[in-house]
Design a binder for this molecule. Structure first.
Ligand SMILES: [Zn+2]
Length: 478
């Protein structure tokens, strides 16, 4: 279906600590989509939102620990999170913070709409609360008295009078929507998971905390003794971040956040009278050298550290190629190095050096007369795009690399260096631009842009003015 606008969001991260490499996959693949759509739809028709989730007890307790006021603390963390994303070339259009005043206004407005629809009531609640998850835990989510996701943290026994959202009222609406819109929850395995979760039945959910227990939050409109529950507040960022772009085309998040996004969020939207997003895409977890990445285990690596060591595009390449698109994935420093040498230094980098050396002192114009135009309407970027439009980042990237190998093999077979200078140019015009069924190097660079923007730029630059042999794009790592 032809589209003319595209809106992509990622989850927003808690500000109890700076994000690490485990958070990076999601931001990078969202960035790939944003860049691809900017290329095809134009800059102003695309919006990419990311940011930080700053309210609630996780941030409040983390601030207290270091003797800071919550706002001062989250100012610092969100600035550091931004640096992490910038180091990965994540081209967000807005970095929203849930402490932004326009967000707060829209949350209040949203709350009132849900209230006017009769979906909020006050009741007493008692349960076990996991601060790290910012949610109450049901029996099935507790193992040996601890949260299944956070086995080293203590659960808090909480008894409070709170406001509740009539989540159960939307059970059949949600089931119907998910069943009739197979694109709504992706990948397919997650959709099945959500449908079977729905079979257990939804219970109404508290959407406020008493101010004396959790003071760091947005006050409930009309009841200053309560603050809005952090999830209810945070989810609304997807609207407040770019109201003119809502509904989102895809919301990308980790599998641990799937229920909130696939079940609570659409129920809230329906209640408040908003449209639903088209797709909720949940990826798996990334581990590091076979271990869960956690502060407690002391194995946290930040994106900036890896970028310093390997460069930004090699890290993007690795994450897109081996990241947890569907299943969980593991990151290993040795494997990053191997991949760097085989796919980037020997693969792409070597091809660019070879080609530029063979056409030294020519210009793009002088090569053009030997090239054949690519078949209209079927560029490599189109082929890659049809993968990206289905959120298959790995296949999109692999398609680019398949064409790199084809070009490389073609040069090996044709041995243009054995030809006379004029014959050689005839062959290489095709290699650089297109011809004989080949996607040329510049077409490859165009299709590379969403994935490795810096590298794509460097390749194009090689072909402006008089062509000079390229210095290695990816010097081999020893
Ligand atoms: Zn937990």
């Amino acid at each position: 279906m032809p589209k003319n606008r595209f809106y992509v969001t990622t989850a927003i991260d808690y500000t109890n600590d700076v994000i690490h490499i485990g958070h990076a996959y999601q931001k990078v693949v969202a960035d790939v989509l944003a860049r691809y759509y900017r290329q095809t739809l134009g800059e102003k028709n695309v919006f990419f939102l990311t940011g930080t989730d700053e309210h609630g007890s996780t941030s409040e307790q983390a601030a207290k620990k270091v003797g800071k006021e919550p706002k001062e603390f989250v100012d610092d963390i969100s600035a550091k999170d931004k640096e992490q994303l910038n180091s990965l070339n994540v081209s967000y259009d807005r970095f929203i913070r849930t402490t932004d005043s326009d967000h707060i206004k829209i949350v209040e407005d949203f709350y009132r709409k849900v209230q006017e629809n009769g979906d909020i009531y006050k009741d007493k609640y008692s349960g076990l609360y996991c601060v790290s998850c910012e949610s109450y835990k049901t029996e099935s989510e507790i193992i040996d008295g601890h949260c299944a996701i956070h086995p080293t943290k203590e659960l808090e026994k909480v008894t409070e009078e709170n406001y509740f959202f009539r989540w159960s009222k939307y059970q059949e609406f949600l089931r119907e929507h998910i069943q009739t819109h197979p694109e709504f929850v992706q990948p397919e395995g997650r959709r099945k998971e959500i449908l079977s979760f729905l079979d257990q039945g939804l219970k109404d959910i508290t959407i406020s905390r008493q101010k004396e227990k959790v003071s760091w939050g947005i006050p409930v409109p009309g009841d200053p003794d309560q603050v809005i529950y952090v999830w209810f507040d945070a989810l609304i960022n997807y609207i407040s971040g770019a109201p003119e772009f809502w509904p989102a085309d895809v919301q990308i998040l980790g599998k641990d956040n799937l229920r909130w996004h696939a079940l609570l969020w659409p129920a809230m939207l329906k209640s408040a009278g908003y449209e639903l997003p088209k797709t909720i895409y949940a990826h798996g977890f990334l581990s590091l050298e076979g271990k869960k990445i956690s502060k407690t285990l002391g194995n946290v690596i930040r994106p900036t550290e890896l970028v310093e060591k390997f460069g930004v595009d090699p890290i993007r390449y690795y994450l897109i190629k081996f990241g947890p698109q569907k299943e969980d994935a593991d990151l290993s420093l040795e494997k990053i190095k191997e991949t760097y040498n085989s796919d980037l230094a020997n693969g792409l980098g070597n091809l660019v050096s070879r080609v530029t050396k063979l056409v030294e002192d020519q210009t793009l114009d002088s090569l053009k007369k030997y090239a054949e135009e690519t078949q209209k309407g079927q560029t490599l970027l189109d082929d890659v795009g049809s993968k990206l439009e289905n959120f298959d980042f790995q296949s999109g990237l692999n398609l680019v690399w398949a064409n790199i190998s084809t070009l490389d093999r073609w040069i090996n077979d044709e041995k243009p260096w054995e030809l006379s200078p004029d014959e050689r140019l005839k062959k290489l015009g095709k290699v650089v631009i297109a011809g004989e069924g080949l996607k040329g190097l510049l077409e490859i660079a165009e299709a590379l842009k969403p994935f490795l923007p810096d590298t794509a730029e460097k390749i194009k630059k090689q072909f402006t003015g008089k062509i000079k042999p390229a210095s290695p794009l990816f010097p081999r790592l020893g």
